[in-house]
Design a binder for this molecule. Sequence first.
Ligand code: FES
Length: 163
Amino acid sequence: SSSTENFIQGEVKERIDRWIAEYPEDQRQSACMPALRIVQECHDGYLTTDLMDQVAEYLGMAPIAVYEVATFYGNYNHQPVGKYQINWCNSISCYLRGGEELREKLEEKLGVKTGEVSADGKFSIKKVECLGACGGAPICKIGKDYHENLTEESLFKLLDELE
Ligand code: FES
């Protein structure tokens, strides 16, 4: 069953239209990034090919151009995510300061691999590029919050505190 048929309508459409209105009439495609963000938000945090196709059609773009945007930038998800997506920095400072071992412990604790959703739907782990807070390595970002200088203890405590 495809529950994403005609996804760009109602509130989703209104929100995208507000972005489109920000640009000259012949530049609807400028709204591509916010449109993808809105669709992702309204679709439990991830995009599908079908949804990207609908964005392409709505903005008058070639589907391939939308796929490129959606895969180039790290802020779009292409598979289901947990209620809390743990964005795990995979870049060099975090790596050198134990980030990789810690991510493995995290996978073990949650019983999932990076890219999967925990059985209770609460958490998913995603590897991301440098989050620009290398001084606090190793770090992860959950929602808008950065969590720095992570240890096994502080990380697990943090997760336990999330509802
Ligand atoms: Fe992890 Fe920069 S390397 S925040």
